[in-house]
Design a protein around this ligand. Structure first.
Ligand SMILES: [Zn+2]
Length: 93
């Protein structure tokens, strides 16, 4: 089954394609629950997740878990910065 992904800032969904006609990409929220993370990475991902949720606000709770994404429209460079680049403008949407 194709995975539908929804940008919880602008509400656009990816439909059946990973990229839509405008070459929009969808990025998952930071996931601090990945196994194998060292404690430092986990802390950083938790901070990042909180920061993303602050940007998105209540929309985060309105989209079913697992579908929540942020599309490339909300990043200066079109994609999120590496999670270790805390001071990058694209660290949060
Ligand atoms: Zn969007």
């Amino acid at each position: 089954m194709p995975k539908l992904r929804v940008c919880c800032i602008c509400g656009i969904s990816s439909g059946y394609f990973k990229k839509d006609r405008n070459s929009r990409s969808f990025f998952n929220f930071p996931n601090p629950n990945i196994k194998k993370l060292v404690p430092f990475d986990k802390d950083l991902l938790e901070r990042r997740l909180v920061a993303w949720k602050e940007v998105v606000g209540t929309n985060y709770d309105n989209v079913p878990i697992g579908l929540t994404c942020v599309c490339s429209d909300h990043f200066q460079s079109g994609k999120p910065a590496r999670f270790s680049n805390v001071n990058d403008i694209d660290w949060i949407p």
